[in-house]
Design a protein around this ligand. Structure first.
Ligand SMILES: *Cc1c(COP(=O)(O)O)cnc(C)c1O
Length: 423
């Protein structure tokens, strides 16, 4: 490794300052989105009369847990949904998605993905590659998928053609996941929901909203999705929720799903939390701001890496519908160095170096950089990637733009240090 010189450090700072100037117009737009979302969250907390009594902890069964119940009403209102489940008992986004699917689908039904192959971890939940233990396939639920168009949009005529009498749930993933495609906008999701309902009124439009909350001024449930699902260690937790997930949507569907979350006959009436729900409320209060900081970090990374000559997705001025920034680094060495740089800039575990590993639920080896306060929280500055062509890194999060800047600088420094780019 070469010696990092003062001259290089100065050029790096000039690069990032210049890139940030390119982003000024975008940043102003993002701040307007933040304000609109924040006002909706604040109004929901006021309308649901959130008080200190809702921060009391509960134990045991958790009957009549007013903190849990009011939190669910706050989420439902802010998301324009009739109802919601917001629970620390959802261990991850994948778990919330699985509970939603198992709550809605019955043997003989068909699940249709309108976005081609869904997020990697859904493969074993659905049983796409094989009828894995406990999968929907093993329960006799059929599956089909319709590929996105070349432009990365939902192929609506093909989706409508693929709907059969057996199709009960049509699943739409808003975020790009680990795919080199644009995130679907809320407008596109609304258009798809209208077309799907016109073709089959009782089809349930379910949206995987992970990474999407508060990036735009509306959510899928505002525009016709029947149910949507997300993780609380991503956007909607605002960096403060310690764990959990949510499912928001039509009241009758939420009741069905609650019977899978706990038990038939018991449903949503139980579930305690010994630490109380205060961080979930406060996290939701912060979420529009934190998401704005994360999106600004993503835009800044796009600007810096464009200036360095890399292909980035989305570009600085492109519309955004999730917090992910993809950067095509072209070689495994650069991909690893980038993730090392992000890790080195973390407040926690900055001394650790990430390595590719065979993570459960993923097909290729995956490398993940995340030095986070909430373990594995990807609303905090993080970067991850499957070790496969075109060696694109997917970075996301950043509780503050200052940290985002520091992380981007560290990633560039690490790559330059290893002789993988010149600055
Ligand atoms: C993160 C994510 C998931 C899965 O969430 P986990 O909490 O990692 O299990 C599912 N879908 C999308 C689009 C995601 O971004």
């Amino acid at each position: 490794m070469s010696e990092w010189t003062d001259a290089q450090e100065q050029r790096l700072r000039a690069l990032i300052d210049g890139a940030q100037e390119d982003c000024a117009g975008r940043f102003a737009q993002l701040e307007r989105i933040e304000s609109e979302n924040f006002e909706r969250v604040l109004a929901a907390m006021q309308a649901q009369r959130v008080g200190v009594q809702h921060f009391q902890a509960t134990t045991g069964y958790g009957y009549d847990d007013i903190g849990r119940d009011a939190l669910e009403r706050v989420f439902a209102q802010a998301f324009g949904a009739q109802d919601a489940l917001v629970r620390p008992q959802f261990v991850s986004g994948t778990h919330a998605l699985a509970v939603c699917l198992f709550g809605l689908l019955r043997p003989g039904d068909q699940l249709l993905s309108a976005v081609g192959m869904p997020y990697d971890t859904m493969d074993e939940v659905i049983g796409i590659s094989r009828a894995s233990d406990g999968s929907l396939a093993e329960m006799g639920v059929g599956y089909a998928q319709v590929e996105l168009t070349g432009a990365g949009e939902i192929d609506l005529p093909a989706v409508c053609d693929a709907i059969t009498d057996r199709t009960r749930v049509v699943m739409i993933q808003r975020s790009r996941g680990y795919a080199w495609r644009p995130a679907l906008t809320v407008g596109q999701i609304g258009e798809a929901a209208r077309a799907i309902h016109a073709r089959k009124p009782d089809a349930i439009v379910m949206v995987d909203n992970c990474y999407g909350e508060f990036v735009d001024v509306q959510e899928p449930t505002h525009v016709g999705a029947d149910v949507m699902v997300g993780s609380l260690i991503k956007n909607a937790g605002g960096g403060l929720a310690p764990t959990g997930g949510y499912i928001a949507g039509r009241h009758d569907l939420i009741e069905r799903i609650a019977c899978r979350l706990t038990s038939p006959g018991i449903g949503r009436e139980v579930g305690s939390y010994a630490y109380g729900y205060q961080p979930f409320y406060q996290g939701f209060f912060f979420a529009p701001h934190v998401v704005c900081q994360a999106v600004k970090t993503a835009v800044l990374a796009a600007a810096v890496f464009s200036r360095l000559g890399f292909t980035v997705h989305p570009g600085v001025d492109d519309a955004r519908s999730d917090i992910i920034q993809a950067l095509r680094l072209e070689t495994p060495e650069r991909l690893i160095a980038f993730c090392e740089g992000i890790q080195m800039a973390s407040p926690v575990d900055s001394f650790a170096l990430p390595e590719p590993w065979a993570m459960p639920g993923y097909q290729d080896q995956v490398i993940m950089a995340a030095g986070t306060f909430v373990s594995g929280a990807s609303i905090e500055l993080s970067a991850d990637a499957p070790m496969r062509e075109p060696f694109a890194v997917y970075m996301q999060g950043g509780l503050t733009l200052s940290h985002g800047r520091a992380g981007i600088a560290s990633a560039v420094r690490r790559m330059a240090d290893k002789g993988l780019l010149t600055i």
